[in-house]
Design a protein around this ligand. Structure first.
Ligand code: ZN
Length: 256
C-alpha cells in the first residue's frame, strides 16, 4: 500500500513537472523567457487562469479547445504531461528511493524537454544540455565519488566523439548535413549516464525507431528531414529504465 502511495505521488509529481517541461521546451526553442510572460493561449493571446493550467484535467474539461477563442489546444501538452507522469512513476518503480532515482529523474527530465524542443523547432537548446549534464555530474560526484564521476565524463566524451565521426561520414555519404550539432552534443549527456558501449546501442535503437517514421514523413510531407534527437532520447529512456546492460545484450545474441 505504502509503495502504491509513492507510485501515485511520483505520477502526479510527473504530471506537474511535465506541464512545466512543455513551457520550458517550447519557450527555449523559440528563444523566449521561461518565467515571463505568464502562460497564454498561443492562438488568441488570452491569459490562462489557474483552472486552465491543471495538467491533463484542464485539457479534458476544456474538451481540447481554448476557453476564449475555441481554437484547438495542441494534443502535445497532455501527451507530454502523461509521458512525464508515467516515466517518473516508472523511475520510482525501477530505482526505489535511491540516489539512482535522483539521477534518473534528472536525466529523464532533460530528455523530455529535449524531445519537446526538437519536435517544435528541430533544435536542442544548449542550456538544457549544459544544465542537465552539470546536475548529473554533481549528483555523481556527491553520491558515487570523483572516480566514478570522471569515468562517466570520459564515457560522455567518447560518445560525443563517436557521434561526431558518424556525422562526418554521414555528411560525406549523403552530401548534405546528416546530423545536427544538437544530436552530437546530446550524445555526451547520454554517454554520461549510460556509458559508451550502451550509447552505441542507443544510436542503433534510435535509428531503428526513426526509420519507419522517416518513411512515413517522406510519403506524407515529401521531405526527408526529420530530427533524430527525440529518437535518441526515447531509445535512451527505454534502455535506461529496462536496466539493459552489455551483459543482457551479449546474452541475447548468444541465445539466438
Ligand atoms: Zn485562445
Amino acid at each position: 500500500m505504502n509503495n502504491l502511495y509513492y507510485i501515485i505521488s511520483f505520477f502526479i509529481f510527473g504530471l506537474m513537472f511535465g506541464s512545466f517541461f512543455n513551457v520550458v521546451g517550447l519557450r527555449l526553442s523559440t528563444n523566449q523567457s521561461i518565467i515571463y510572460p505568464p502562460s497564454s493561449c498561443p492562438k488568441c493571446g488570452r491569459r490562462l487562469s489557474a483552472w486552465e493550467l491543471i495538467p491533463v484535467i484542464s485539457y479534458i474539461i476544456l474538451l481540447g479547445k481554448c476557453h476564449g477563442c475555441k481554437q484547438p489546444i495542441s494534443w502535445r501538452y497532455p501527451l507530454f504531461e502523461l509521458l512525464t507522469g508515467f516515466l517518473f512513476a516508472a523511475s520510482y518503480i525501477v530505482f526505489g528511493m535511491t540516489l539512482d532515482l535522483i539521477i534518473a529523474l534528472t536525466f529523464i527530465s532533460g530528455l523530455i524537454i529535449i524531445i519537446i524542443s526538437d519536435i517544435n523547432s528541430m533544435t536542442i537548446p544548449d542550456e538544457i544540455l549544459i544544465v542537465t549534464s552539470l546536475l548529473i555530474i554533481i549528483e555523481l560526484l556527491i553520491g558515487k565519488g570523483y572516480q566514478k564521476a570522471f569515468i562517466a565524463i570520459g564515457n560522455g566524451l567518447l560518445s560525443f566523439i563517436l557521434m561526431f565521426g558518424i556525422k562526418f561520414f554521414g555528411d560525406a555519404l549523403f552530401k548534405r548535413e546528416s546530423l545536427g550539432g544538437g544530436d552530437i552534443k546530446l550524445m555526451f549527456l547520454i554517454g554520461l549516464v549510460l556509458h559508451f558501449w550502451l550509447s552505441i546501442f542507443v544510436i542503433v535503437l534510435g535509428a531503428f525507431m526513426a526509420l519507419p517514421i522517416a518513411i512515413l514523413i517522406l510519403i506524407i510531407k515529401r521531405t526527408n528531414i526529420i530530427s533524430f534527437g527525440p529518437f535518441l532520447s526515447l531509445a535512451s529512456i527505454i534502455i535506461y529504465l529496462l536496466k539493459i546492460n552489455l551483459v543482457t545484450i551479449i546474452n541475447y545474441f548468444i541465445k539466438y
